[in-house]
Design a protein. Structure first.
Length: 149
């Protein structure tokens, strides 16, 4: 998964203060990202009022996440087989996030405190219609503008 390595390198550059945010976003959009599947959908986590799709740059980063889940949350799932989808970052940002109907973004390599990166629901990252900072943000489907529970 060579694209994942390039993305991990861009994340490291950005976190080290040497990166170009536009180049990082471009690399993410081109990269194939591994996204765990659970209950027929993509693995997400809610934090700060945002629903985060969790993705990983490569199998090693995904394995660290799976191991952390087993260690911290469900020791009985040690032999669990994880299903995943391999999606381009652009598809996650341009199709998946808008279809979620709530403020959403993508969190990459969340089991790596020094190697994680977040792509929040902001203009220039996700489509303006679902960016929380855009003036023309459209309320989620089936809502009056509030967050559905």
């Amino acid at each position: 998964m060579a694209g994942g390595t390039a993305l991990a390198d861009r994340i490291a550059d950005q976190r080290g203060g040497m990166g170009d945010p536009r180049a990082l976003l471009g690399e993410f959009r081109r990269a194939l990202v591994l996204v765990p599947l659970v209950g027929g959908g993509l693995w997400t986590a809610e934090f700060g009022g945002v629903c985060w799709v969790c993705g990983f740059t490569d199998e090693a980063a995904f394995a660290r996440f799976a191991q952390e889940r087993v260690s911290a949350h469900d020791a009985g799932a040690a032999g669990r087989s994880w299903e995943f989808a391999e999606l381009r970052g652009a598809r996650l940002l341009d199709e998946v996030v808008p279809a979620m109907g709530v403020p959403a973004g993508v969190a990459v390599n969340i089991a790596d405190p020094e190697g994680s990166m977040f792509f929040p629901p902001m203009a220039g990252i996700v489509p303006d219609a679902v960016a929380v900072d855009a003036e023309n943000t459209v309320p989620p489907r089936g809502s009056d503008g509030g967050h559905e529970q």
